[in-house]
Write a protein that binds this ligand. Structure first.
Ligand SMILES: Nc1ncnc2c1ncn2[C@@H]1O[C@H](COP(=O)(O)OP(=O)(O)O[C@H]2O[C@H](CO)[C@@H](O)[C@H](O)[C@H]2O)[C@@H](O)[C@H]1O
Length: 476
C-alpha cells in the first residue's frame, strides 16, 4: 500500500512541535509493518537539509494565479529516516529558514500543495492513500476531487489528521484564483464564515478525518475556534487515534542526549544522576522536587498562568520545590518568567528558546512535568515523561485525559486537575511535594510509568485498518 504523508513539519528535518514528532515517526512504523509510506514536505534552509544528500526526481512549473512557479521535488538519497523523504522546493517562496509566520504563508502552503499534486499527476503516480496533516495540506482533498487538472486522481482516497484544530489557515476569496480550474458548483466546500478555510474543507472533503486522541474528537464540537458546528455535523466521519511515540528516539536506556542512561530497574539512580546534571546547570537544589514545563509559551498550553502559579507555589511552599521552564512564545509571558528567575534565584530557572537536547535532559532529570493545557489534542510531552519515569501533572483535557490516570486512582501514576488556574496548579504542586517525600511510592510510580507502552505499534495498526476500510469503500 503506497501512502504519501503531507506535512509542514517532520522530525528531525524541521520541527516546531508535536506535528514533527508524529510525521517523523508514524511512517517509519508503517514501513516496518510492510506499508510503503513516504513523507512530502516543504524545503527549508535548515541543518538537516544542508547536511544530507538529495537528488532531484522531478522538476516542472506550477501556476499560482498568474505567477508561474518553477519547482523541484528532491528526494533524500539514503532513506536514513526509515522512509522516503521528499521535499518540494520553489525558489524564492518555499526554500526559507523558518517553518511559519511569513506574510505570504498562504501562497507558500498553496504552492506546496499544487507542486505535490502536479508531481504525482504528471508522473502518472497512483498512491493508495494521501494522508494530509493539519491545514497546511488541507486543500488537497478538495483539489483532488474537484479540480479538472487532477481528474485522473479524483478517486484517490484521502485521510486528514487534525493535530491542532485552533489553526485553520483561512484566507480570503480574493485568492481563489490561486487554485487551478475547479468545479464552481463545489466552492461551498471551501467556505467557512465567508472565507476559504483549508481545515474545514479537508474535514468535509477527505474520506475520513482523524484526531490525535478520542477525547479531542469530542471536544472539537465545543471548542475549535469557530468550527464547532462543522465538527458537530461531521462527527461520524471522524475517528480518534491516540499518538504513539518513537521509542528509539525517546529511550532513557540509549538516549545520547541525557547525562546518564537508565532502565526501569535502575530508575532511582538513573534519574538522580540526570537530576544532578540538570540542577548543576540551572542552579537548582537536587534535594527538592524539580517541576518542569516544556513547550510553546501560548495560551493553549496554559503558559499565561505559569508565572503566577510558579510565584504562588514558591511563596506558599517556600524551600520545598524547584521550577524549571523551557519554552518560547508569547513575549509577555517570556518576560514575566525571566522576572521570576531574578526574584527566586535557586528556586526557579528559565530557558527561553528551543533546545531539543535540553528537552531530553529535562524529561530524564525532572521529577514532575507540568502541563496545564487549555487545549491538548494529544500531547506528547506527557508520554515522553512517562517513558523517562517523570510524573506528569496534567489538566484533564483531550489526550491528557486519555493517557494519564491520577495516582490516587487504581493503577494510576500521574497528577490530574480540572482547571487551568493558579489554584488548581498550586494544589497539584502541594500533592507533588507530598508524593515526592514518599520515596517508596515515588519508586513504585516511576516503575509503573516506565512499564507503560505508548509505542506506535497499536496506533499504526489503527491507521492501517482505517486506510483499508477507505480503500475498500472507494473501490466498490
Ligand atoms: N522549547 C522547546 N525546546 C525543546 N523542545 C520543545 C520545546 N517546546 C516544545 N518542544 C517539543 O515539542 C514537542 C511538543 O509536542 P506536543 O505534542 O506537546 O505539542 P504541540 O502543541 O506542538 O503539538 C500538536 O500536535 C501534537 C501531535 O499530534 C499533539 O500531540 C499536540 O497535542 C498538538 O497540540 C515535544 O517533542 C516537546 O519536547
Amino acid at each position: 500500500m503506497k501512502i504519501y504523508h503531507l506535512s509542514a513539519e517532520c522530525y528531525p528535518v524541521a520541527k516546531v512541535g508535536g506535528l514533527a514528532d508524529v510525521v517523523g515517526a508514524l511512517p517509519k512504523y508503517q514501513n516496518l509493518a510492510g506499508l510503503d509510506a513516504a513523507v512530502v514536505m516543504p524545503f527549508y534552509d535548515r541543518k538537516f537539509i544542508r547536511e544530507n544528500e538529495f537528488e532531484t526526481v522531478f522538476q516542472s512549473a506550477t501556476l499560482l494565479g498568474t505567477r508561474r512557479l518553477y519547482f523541484e521535488i528532491l528526494r533524500e538519497k539514503t532513506n536514513k529516516l526509515g522512509f522516503p523523504l521528499y521535499l518540494v522546493k520553489i525558489p524564492g517562496l518555499v526554500d526559507r529558514e523558518n517553518i511559519y509566520s511569513y506574510p505570504d504563508e498562504t501562497e507558500q502552503f498553496i504552492s506546496f500543495q499544487l507542486a505535490f499534486l502536479d508531481w504525482i499527476s504528471y508522473s502518472q503516480q497512483s498512491p493508495d492513500i494521501i494522508h494530509c496533516h493539519d491545514h497546511h495540506s488541507g486543500l488537497v482533498p478538495f483539489l483532488l476531487k474537484y479540480s479538472k487538472l487532477y481528474a485522473r486522481l479524483a478517486n484517490t482516497p484521502t485521510v486528514f489528521t487534525i493535530h491542532n484544530g485552533q489553526y485553520h489557515g483561512a484566507f480570503g476569496w480574493d485568492k481563489l484564483s490561486y487554485l487551478p480550474e475547479i468545479d464552481l458548483s463545489k466552492t461551498g466546500l471551501l467556505d467557512w464564515s465567508g472565507g476559504i478555510n483549508p481545515l474545514a474543507s479537508a474535514v468535509r472533503c477527505a474520506d475520513r478525518y482523524t484526531t490525535v486522541s478520542p477525547s479531542y474528537l469530542d471536544e472539537l464540537s465545543h471548542n475549535s475556534n469557530g468550527l464547532e458546528y462543522l465538527f458537530f455535523l461531521e462527527r461520524d466521519k471522524g475517528i480518534g487515534i491516540i499518538n504513539g511515540i518513537d521509542t528509539e528516539v525517546w529511550n532513557p536506556a540509549t538516549d545520547p542526549m541525557i547525562a546518564a542512561k537508565y532502565e526501569a530497574l535502575k530508575v532511582t539512580a538513573g534519574k538522580k544522576e540526570n537530576k544532578e546534571a540538570l540542577c548543576a546547570r540551572f542552579n537548582l537544589d537536587p534535594a527538592k522536587p524539580v517541576v518542569n514545563f516544556i513547550g510553546r509559551l501560548v495560551v493553549e498550553k496554559g503558559a499565561d498562568v505559569l508565572p503566577a502559579a510558579v510565584e504562588t507555589s514558591l511563596t506558599d511552599y517556600a524551600g520545598k520545590v524547584n521550577f524549571l521552564i523551557l519554552g518560547t512564545g508569547d513575549p509577555d509571558t517570556e518576560k514575566e518568567l525571566q522576572e521570576l528567575k531574578e526574584k527566586f534565584p535557586g528556586g526557579c530557572n528559565v530557558y527561553i528558546g528551543y533546545n531539543e537536547e535540553l528537552a531530553h535532559l529535562c524529561y530524564a532529570g525532572s521529577d514532575f512535568l507540568l502541563m496545564p493545557s487549555r487545549v491538548e489534542p494529544c500531547g506528547l510531552n506527557q508520554l515522553y515523561s512517562l517513558r523517562y519515569g517523570t510524573v506528569p501533572m496534567v489538566r484533564s483535557t483531550g489526550g491528557l485525559k486519555d493517557t494519564v490516570i491520577d495516582f490516587g486512582d487504581k493503577g494510576g501514576y500521574g497528577i490530574r486537575y480540572n482547571n487551568t488556574s493558579v489554584e488548581d496548579i498550586c494544589y497539584s504542586i502541594s500533592r507533588a511535594i507530598e508524593l515526592y517525600a514518599d520515596h517508596k511510592k515515588m519508586q513504585t510510580l516511576r516503575k509503573r510509568m516506565m512499564a507503560l507502552d505508548f509505542s506506535w505499534d497499536k496506533s499504526a495498526k489503527q491507521y492501517m485498518e482505517l486506510y483499508k476500510s477507505i480503500i475498500s469503500t472507494t473501490t466498490i
